[in-house]
Design a protein around this ligand. Sequence first.
Ligand code: OAD
Length: 254
Amino acid sequence: MYGMPPDQDAQISQAADALRRASSIAVLTGAGISAESGIPTFRDALTGLWENFRAEQLATPEAFLADPKLVWEWYAWRRQRVALARPNPGHLALTALANACSARGAGFTLITQNVDGLHQAAGSTDVIELHGNICRVKCFERQHVIEQFDDATGAVPSCPLCGSLLRPDVVWFGESLPEAALAHAMRAARDAEVFISVGTSTLVEPAASLPFLAVRSGAVVIEVNAGTTPLTAAARFSFRGQAGMLLPQLVEEC
Ligand code: OAD
């Protein structure tokens, strides 16, 4: 599907070499790694029921306040996609990489902007979730996580403690990221000898700064993406193609 530049195989071997030698590796993933599991990315045009919207119009506190049912339904639709989704070879390759690091005593940190839990479903542990998790909900007013909610009625459920509306426990545009998770991710980016950025448009801050932080700290930065991004020119290696094909190739060789 994607044209593979002729020297990409040789470059993959070089990148795999760097991975094999690194004493610390950090990985940042975005929606592209889950695309092959059937979860639409954010900057692809929305389809079906949602084709007249952009993600930015639905993923804000203001949008929720203006039309809670619309926003809730969009997330209910995404939650259904997530419930049906299975990890793909890209997610599994990162679990294998973490295990290989652990076996040889190297550090490994997996940071994701995704809210779909597919890294954990692939067996990854200690995943830093920068943007929350779509399967959890929290109270809109008081922000506490609510363990159980009724997704069957289609109506926006209320907080059992205070009666305000429940919302997905994800970070919306204009909101801050969980502080500890972001601090951990920044430390990992700064300390990494090799940093892999997979399937992210590298447009949404502050996550978009993490690979650049790694570049400035002297890491070998490897990008895996179907297209080019603002990181492409700064990365030591930038591989064009599908994460589900390229990551297994990289990890098998290292
Ligand atoms: P985007 O939708 O912005 O970008 C997806 C990236 O994945 C693009 O660069 C595509 O080229 C690439 N891509 C698509 N399919 C791929 C595949 N099979 N293999 C490799 N790459 C592929 O998604 P994110 O960068 O994750 O935030 O978006 C960042 C944040 O913006 C999201 O976490 C979300 C969104 O608004 C919040 O909800 C706060």
